[in-house]
Write a protein that binds this ligand. Structure first.
Ligand SMILES: Nc1ncnc2c1ncn2[C@@H]1O[C@H](COP(=O)(O)OP(=O)(O)OP(=O)(O)O)[C@@H](O)[C@H]1O
Ligand SMILES: [Mg+2]
Length: 356
């Protein structure tokens, strides 16, 4: 077949984010650098149950695989997904991240087994219980340099991988990959080239703080703190029900007060303190300064959050826009503005499908 007679069929992939507060799916299609939003959908947990719940109780999902599969199938059908090729994200809370060095003298061929060997020392579970993935952050330049390899390793309990495979099977979805959420957020929210950045993903239940440069992840840590804790605090302090507290939070953010006291600050400060610790560790390790803070996740739009982070940490902070390189119809602009940061994981995970 001649080069010019070939029809280029755009590829299309679906990113699936099973979060504590919502299931989100995004279908992207395209080729090269141009990706188009084909479909998106979300199912908020409140629409299934009358109060939020913890989707991850340790390593298992609170909803049964059957229920999740049913919900996903319904979402796919409602959204009119054109295909069934999907990538699932795994909560950073269930993933184990570590990084280590290996000598520059190791050849590329030997690297795989050296990484496996070294991983044993770093992973608290037996290697037969986990699925591992790794990437090289730094290393000898084309065999010439003497810098050691720096390897980032992610391990996920097989139990979770099996559960996701099972959910996909019941839902009739072709699961082509599983990836830790943080990699999706990085791909969706940061350009290929950028300086040392603090990336914060604040969801309903957890907040993940990561240090990234040129889309390479150097450090990452998840905290069991998120938007739900803020809503609970408002509900208790103002003696209003959960849904009213949620509205109050979205309207006033950090300015929600009882008397003169801004009641959300103590919770937000737990996160800010951790972010600042990360900044210090990263700056010491990398011998560079952090140039920017990018905030993603549903809680990124908490009024006042970015400005507060910026003033406390002394680094410019902005809300992530995971749609910035995605083509979408102009009528969706308000939706993108409103829900954009909450779709960071789903978009980034869908983009994974295009990585060759
Ligand atoms: N405009 C807004 N302002 C403040 N908070 C918001 C806003 N929109 C959504 N949220 C909060 O974002 C949270 C949901 O974020 P997200 O959808 O990223 O979480 P999730 O992925 O379901 O949870 P997790 O990742 O923690 O498992 C909720 O606590 C919700 O109240
Ligand atoms: Mg999430």
């Amino acid at each position: 077949m001649g080069l010019f007679s070939r029809t280029i069929v755009p590829k299309s992939f679906i990113g699936v984010d099973i979060g504590t507060s919502a299931l989100r799916v995004v279908e992207l299609s395209g080729w090269g650098d141009r990706k188009t939003l084909k479909n998106y959908a979300q199912l908020r947990v409140e629409s299934l149950y009358d109060k939020p719940f913890r989707a991850y109780e340790q390593n298992s999902l609170a909803l049964s695989s059957q229920d999740l599969a049913r919900a996903l199938r319904a979402l796919f059908e409602d959204a009119g997904m054109k295909n069934r090729k999907a990538i699932f994200s795994i909560s950073d809370f269930s993933s184990f991240f570590t990084s280590f060095e290996l000598p520059a003298t190791i050849t590329r061929k030997e690297l795989e087994s050296a990484v496996q060997f070294e991983a044993r020392k770093h992973i608290p579970l037996s290697l037969s219980e986990v699925t591992m993935d790794w990437q090289i952050l730094d290393g000898p330049d084309k065999g010439k340099g003497t810098n050691p390899y720096r390897v980032l390793m992610v391990a996920v309990p097989n139990e979770i991988v099996n559960e996701y495979q099972n959910i996909a099977k019941i839902a009739g979805i072709e699961l082509i990959a599983i990836e830790a959420e943080v990699f999706g957020v990085i791909r969706a929210c940061l350009p290929e080239e950028h300086g040392l950045t603090l990336l914060i993903e604040m969801g309903a239940q957890t907040t993940t703080i990561s240090v990234v440069e040129n889309r390479k992840l150097y450090l990452s840590r998840s905290m069991d703190q998120g938007g739900n804790a803020l809503t609970r605090r408002i509900s208790e302090a103002l003696a209003i029900d959960y849904l009213a507290a949620e509205k109050e939070k979205i309207a006033k953010g950090l300015d929600v007060k009882v008397g003169e006291t801004k009641i959300l600050l103590p919770i937000v400060d737990l996160i800010v303190t951790e972010v600042d610790k990360f900044r210090q560790v990263a700056e010491r390790q990398e011998k560079k300064t952090i140039g920017k803070i990018v905030i993603a996740g549903g809680s990124a739009r908490l009024p006042g959050l970015a400005a507060y982070m910026q003033s406390k940490i002394g680094v410019p902070a902005e809300v992530a826009n995971p749609f910035r390189e995605i083509v979408y119809p102009p009528v969706l602009e308000p939706v993108v503005q409103d829900m954009g940061p909450a779709f960071s994981v789903a978009i980034g995970i869908a983009l994974r499908g295009f990585v060759s």
